[in-house]
Design a protein around this ligand. Structure first.
Ligand code: BGC
Length: 896
C-alpha cells in the first residue's frame, strides 16, 4: 500500500449532521506501510448528491490539485453553503513519488444557517394553565421540595406520505430529550450542553426520517431545569436559576418529500404541556419518578389526558449555534461487582469503579406505590455510604413503582459521581451507565507495572468523569464548574488519551466570553457563582489552552479567536503590576492549590505564570504574523524573567520559597539564567531526596515533576515518585483502593481518615496531569518545540524505575504515532511509528551506540533512517515516516 487516507473530519468531527460555519474546515489522516511515505499533493471535490431523492451528484467545489503535505483543517473554498444540505466530499492524494492514493470520501451536513430558517418560538409552561405538581409521597423525599417537575410537551401533526428526509433541530433552556411517536430520538444526553447561554445556546440536529410515518405523528419532549434553572455550583444565595427561572423548549422539524415540498412543525402555540411520571429532575439533586403518574400514550398519536396549551414565551430564537463538538452519550454499562444487603430491603451495590453517570434499576414485582430510593457515594465509611463530601448535592434518585411485573428506572436528567449506590425499598438489578462527552479515546499508555497501569486507568476515568458538557473540577458535589486551572493543567494529558480538539475549542469560547472589559478572565467558565477576576494559573488557561490546540491539532482558528483576549489578559496583569512582579489583582490567588506541606510564595508562582503566558502570546503573535506584537511580548517576557530572577532567585540557584513547585516553575518555564539551571535542579532533587522521595506539589507544580526531573538528568527521581506508595503519592491512593484521581493527596489517610468533608472529592483530574509525562517521556512520544500537530516528532523513550517495558500510541491529527521499549537481559528493543509526512528524532537509549540494529543490520543502512549519531543517552536517529523496530545493548540502569 502506498498511502491510505482515513479519519476524514469536517470541523474536527466525523460526518457531522449540523455544521453552521460558513467555511467548514476539512481534515484527513494518513497511514502507510512504506517508509518515507508522504503526501505531496491533494485535491478536494465536493458534490451535492441527494441520495434520498435519487438525484445524480452535482459538483459544487473542486479545489484543484494543491501541492501540500498536509490534510489539516483545509477551509472550504467552494460556493456559499446552503442551509440544511448534505455535502459529499472526496479527497484524492498523491504520495511523494507522485503515485495516487485510493480516494476517500465523507460528508457533512449544514444546519440552519440563517435566522430566516427558523420558524420556531420558545415555549414553556403556562403558569395560568397548570398548577405545579406535588412531589410524590410528600416532602420526605430528599431534595424533592427543591426540584420542580420537568415539562412534558407534545404536538400532533399529520403526514400524508412517508418523508424522504426529515431533520429535527432542537434546543432548550434547560436540558431536553426529544421524542417522536413514543420513542426517544437519538442517544444524546444532557442536550444542549452548557455554554454561556446568553451569548451562545447550542442546538442539536437529528436525523428523524425513520421515526415518521404517514398519518398522525407526535413530536414530544421532556425538558428539565439542567444548568439553565437548576442547581450548579455552590453559591448559597443563588445555587439554582443562574440563567432563568423556568425551562423552555425550541424545536423545528423539517420534513421533506420526494417532490421537493416541505412541511415544518415548529414549537408554537399549538403545543400542549401536561403531567408526566417525572415529578422532579435536577443535575445535582437527582430525579424523582412516580410511575403511577405516567400518562399512557402521552408522546404518541391519540388523546393525552391533562395536556393544556403552552405559553409562547419568545418569538426570537436567541443566540443559537449548532452543536460543534462530540455530545454527551452513555459510553459504557458497568454491572455491579458486588451487592451487599445492609438491612431488610436495603442494599449497597459496588460497581468497582468510581464513575460518572447514573444507575439503571430494573425492578421485578414491586407493588404499586412502593418507593425505591437510590443514593450515591464515591466511598464507604463503616460499610455505609460516605456522602458528606457531596455537600448540598442530594444525588438521590427516587422511583415510585406503578406495580407492573417489570419496571425500569433510568434517570436521564441528572448525573452522579459514584462507585457505590444504595438501593432502599425493593431489590432490583442494577447497572451503572457511564456518560461523558464522547470524545474518541484513541490513545493509550501501557507498561509492565500493574500499579502504573492502574494509575493510568485512574487518569482516564478522571477524564471521562469530568468531561461532561464542560471540563469540570469534579462531578459529584455541589460544584461541577469549569475551573480554568484544572483544565489547563490536565489538557495535555487529556489530549494524549482522546481527540479533545472540538471539545476544548468550544469551551474556549466560554472562557473568552467570560473575560471582562479590563482583560481579566474568570476563574470558571461558563461564569456562574464566581464572577471575579481570575487567579494566576487559572486565568492563564485563556492563553495556554488555545496555544495547546494549535500545537496539538494545528487549530489556527482557535488561536485567532483567542488572540485579542490573550493580549488583553497580559495587558491586565501588566497594567496592575508595573514592576512586573504579579502581586496585585491576582484574584483569589489560590497558589499551588492543595500542595502538601510546602506552600510556594504566591508572587513567585504568579510571576512565573505571567512570564510563561507572555512568552506564549509572543509565539502566537509570530504564528499569526503580527511581528511587532511578537517583538513587544518577547521584550516584555525578557523583562519579567529578569524581574523574577532579581526578586526571587539567589546566586546559588535557590528560588524563593525553596519548594518543589518554586523550582519546577523556574526550571519548567525556562526562567533561570543558564549558569543557575544546574544548581536549581540540584536543589529540587535534594528536596525530593531529603523527603525520602516524596512530593509536595499541588495542582500547579504537579504536571512539571516528571518533565522537569527527566529533562534535567534525574529520571530516576521521577520514577521514584511514580513508584512511591507511602503518603503522599499516587501509589498511596492506589494502595488504598483509588480507581480515580483524588482531589487531594490526603483525601483519605491511615492516620486521619477522611479529610474535611467540605472539600474532598475523589474524582478530580488535576493531580492526574502526570499522564502527559507517561506518554511523553516514559513511552517517549513528544514533538519538537516548533512542531505543529506532530509534524516533527521527538521520540525519547526513557527506561527506568521498575518498568521492563512501556509503550504508548496516539492517533494524532496527521495519523498514528507510537513509541515503546522493552528491556530483556542486556538488550533493549525500541519500536516507533511515524505517520506519513512526519519526521522523527529518536533518542535511542543504549549503553553502546554501535550495537543498534534493525533486522540485524546497522541502523544507518536501513530505509527511512535519515541519520544517526551519538547522543548523551545513546544514539540519536533521524527517521522518516514508517514503522521501526530497533534492538541494541540495554542502557545502564540508573541507581538512586
Ligand atoms: C475546585 C477546584 C478549583 C479550586 C480553586 C475548588 O473548589 O474544586 O478544583 O480549581 O476550587 O481553588
Amino acid at each position: 500500500m502506498s498511502l491510505r487516507i482515513y479519519g476524514l473530519q469536517a470541523e474536527q468531527l466525523a460526518e457531522p449532521l449540523g455544521v453552521d460555519r460558513p467555511r467548514p474546515r476539512l481534515s484527513w489522516k494518513l497511514d502507510s506501510d512504506r517508509r518515507g511515505a508522504a503526501q505531496s499533493a491533494y485535491r478536494i471535490t465536493a458534490a451535492l448528491r441527494r441520495d434520498d431523492l435519487g438525484e445524480p451528484g452535482r459538483l459544487v467545489w473542486d479545489s484543484g490539485r494543491r501541492e501540500s503535505g498536509d490534510g489539516l483543517l483545509v477551509a472550504w473554498d467552494g460556493p456559499v453553503l446552503q442551509s440544511a444540505t448534505r455535502y459529499h466530499w472526496r479527497v484524492e492524494a498523491w504520495d511523494e513519488t507522485g503515485a495516487p492514493a485510493e480516494p476517500a470520501q465523507s460528508w457533512f451536513e449544514t444546519a440552519l444557517l440563517h435566522r430566516a430558517d427558523w420558524a420556531a418560538a420558545w415555549i414553556g409552561r403556562d403558569p395560568a394553565e397548570l398548577p405545579p405538581v406535588d412531589p410524590p409521597g410528600g416532602d420526605d423525599v430528599a431534595g424533592a421540595d427543591l426540584v420542580p417537575p420537568p415539562l412534558h410537551l407534545r404536538r400532533s401533526f399529520e403526514l400524508d406520505r412517508p418523508p424522504v428526509r426529515a431533520r429535527l433541530y432542537a434546543t432548550a433552556r434547560g436540558i431536553y430529550e426529544p421524542r417522536l411517536n413514543g420513542a426517544r430520538v437519538g442517544d444524546r444526553e444532557l442536550a444542549p450542553g452548557w455554554t454561556e447561554y446568553h451569548r451562545r445556546l447550542q442546538y442539536q440536529t437529528y436525523d428523524v426520517t425513520g421515526h415518521l410515518r404517514p398519518g398522525p405523528n407526535v413530536l414530544a419532549a421532556v425538558v428539565a431545569d439542567g444548568w439553565w434553572s437548576g442547581y450548579v455550583g455552590f453559591d448559597p444565595r443563588r445555587a439554582a436559576r443562574h440563567y432563568g427561572d423556568d425551562p423552555a423548549f425550541l424545536a423545528q422539524l423539517v420534513v421533506e418529500h420526494a417532490d421537493g415540498s416541505r412541511q415544518v412543525v415548529a414549537t408554537d402555540a399549538a403545543w400542549t404541556e401536561g403531567p408526566g411520571a417525572i415529578a422532579g429532575a435536577d443535575l445535582l439533586m437527582g430525579q424523582i419518578v412516580d410511575a403511577r403518574r405516567h400518562v399512557p400514550g402521552w408522546d404518541e398519536p391519540g388523546p393525552a389526558d391533562g395536556f393544556r396549551p403552552v405559553a409562547v414565551l419568545d418569538a426570537e430564537p436567541g443566540p443559537l449555534v449548532a452543536e460543534p463538538d462530540h455530545p454527551v452519550r452513555v459510553t459504557e454499562q458497568l454491572p455491579a461487582a458486588a451487592v451487599q444487603c445492609r438491612a431488610p430491603g436495603r442494599y449497597i451495590a459496588d460497581f468497582g469503579q468510581n464513575l460518572v453517570g447514573r444507575v439503571r434499576l430494573t425492578l421485578r414485582g414491586a407493588p404499586a406505590g412502593q418507593r425505591v430510593t437510590v443514593r450515591h457515594a464515591e466511598m464507604l465509611a463503616g460499610g455505609e455510604l460516605y456522602t458528606a463530601n457531596l455537600r448540598r448535592a442530594a444525588a438521590t434518585d427516587v422511583y415510585v413503582a406503578a406495580g407492573d411485573p417489570v419496571e425500569v428506572f433510568e434517570p436521564r436528567f441528572t448525573t452522579h459521581g459514584f462507585r457505590y449506590a444504595e438501593i432502599d425499598g425493593h431489590p432490583g438489578d442494577v447497572v451503572a451507565q457511564v456518560l461523558h462527552n464522547d470524545t474518541p479515546f484513541t490513545g493509550r499508555f501501557e507498561c509492565s507495572d500493574p500499579v502504573t497501569n492502574r494509575l493510568y486507568d485512574n487518569i482516564r476515568w478522571g477524564q471521562r468523569g469530568n468531561f461532561v458538557a464542560v471540563p469540570t473540577d469534579c462531578p459529584q458535589r455541589d460544584e461541577r464548574l469549569g475551573w480554568l486551572a484544572d483544565a489547563q493543567i490536565f489538557a495535555p494529558t487529556a489530549g494524549r488519551n482522546a481527540d479533545i480538539a472540538a471539545f476544548f475549542a468550544r469551551w474556549m469560547r466560554d472562557v473568552v466570553d467570560g473575560q471582562d472589559d479590563g482583560g481579566a478572565f474568570r476563574d470558571v467558565a461558563p461564569v456562574v457563582t464566581l464572577d471575579r477576576e481570575a487567579a494566576p494559573a487559572w486565568g492563564d488557561a485563556g492563553v495556554i489552552i488555545p496555544w495547546y490546540l494549535w500545537r496539538t491539532y494545528g487549530d489556527r482558528q482557535a488561536l485567532e479567536h483567542a488572540y485579542p483576549a490573550m493580549k488583553a489578559w497580559i495587558a491586565h496583569v501588566r497594567r496592575h503590576n508595573p514592576d512586573l512582579r504579579w502581586r496585585r489583582r491576582a484574584g483569589s490567588t489560590y497558589g499551588d492549590w492543595l500542595q502538601i506541606g510546602a506552600d510556594t510564595p504566591r508572587e513567585v508562582l504568579a510571576t512565573a505564570y505571567f512570564a510563561r503566558s507572555t512568552a506564549i502570546v509572543a509565539d502566537v503573535a509570530a504564528v499569526l504574523g503580527h511581528a511587532a506584537e511578537a517583538a513587544e511580548h518577547r521584550a516584555l517576557h525578557t523583562a519579567i524573567r529578569q524581574a523574577f530572577v532579581d526578586s526571587y532567585v539567589s546566586a546559588d540557584g535557590t528560588v524563593a520559597g525553596e519548594t518543589q513547585t518554586a523550582y519546577l516553575l523556574a526550571l519548567g518555564f525556562g526562567l533561570l539564567p543558564e549558569d543557575l539551571v544546574a544548581a536549581a535542579a540540584e536543589h529540587l532533587a535534594a528536596d525530593i531526596e531529603r523527603r525520602g522521595h516524596r512530593l509536595t506539589t499541588g495542582f500547579v507544580g504537579v504536571p512539571l515533576l516528571g518533565p522537569v526531573l527527566t529533562g534535567h538528568g534525574r529520571p530516576d527521581l521521577a520514577y521514584a515518585l511514580l513508584h512511591q506508595d507511602a503518603f503522599p503519592s499516587w501509589g498511596y491512593s492506589i494502595r488504598h483502593g483509588a480507581t480515580t484521581i483524588w482531589e487531594r493527596w490526603d483525601g483519605w489517610t491511615e492516620h486521619d481518615g477522611f479529610q474535611a468533608d467540605a472539600m474532598n472529592s475523589f474524582n478530580h483530574y488535576s493531580l492526574g496531569s502526570i499522564g502527559d509525562w507517561l506518554f511523553g517521556r516514559v513511552a517517549g512520544i513528544d514533538q519538537a518545540p516548533g512542531s505543529v500537530a506532530y509534524r516533527e516528532l521527538l521520540l525519547r523513550p526513557t527506561p527506568g524505575g521498575r518498568l521492563t517495558w512501556a509503550r504508548a500510541e496516539q492517533d494524532t491529527a496527521r495519523g498514528r504515532v507510537a513509541c515503546g521499549w522493552a528491556v530483556t537481559d542486556d538488550r533493549i528493543t525500541v519500536t516507533a511509528t511515524v505517520p506519513p509526512g512526519s519526521t522523527a528524532v529518536l533518542e535511542l537509549p543504549t549503553a553502546d551506540p554501535a550495537s543498534v540494529r534493525e533486522d540485524d543490520r546497522p541502523v544507518d543502512t536501513q530505509p527511512g533512517v535519515l541519520r544517526a549519531g551519538p547522543s548523551p543517552s545513546g544514539l540519536t536517529v533521524g527517521l522518516t515516516s514508517g514503522r521501526y523496530t530497533f534492538t541494541a545493548a540495554a542502557p545502564l540502569r540508573e541507581t538512586s
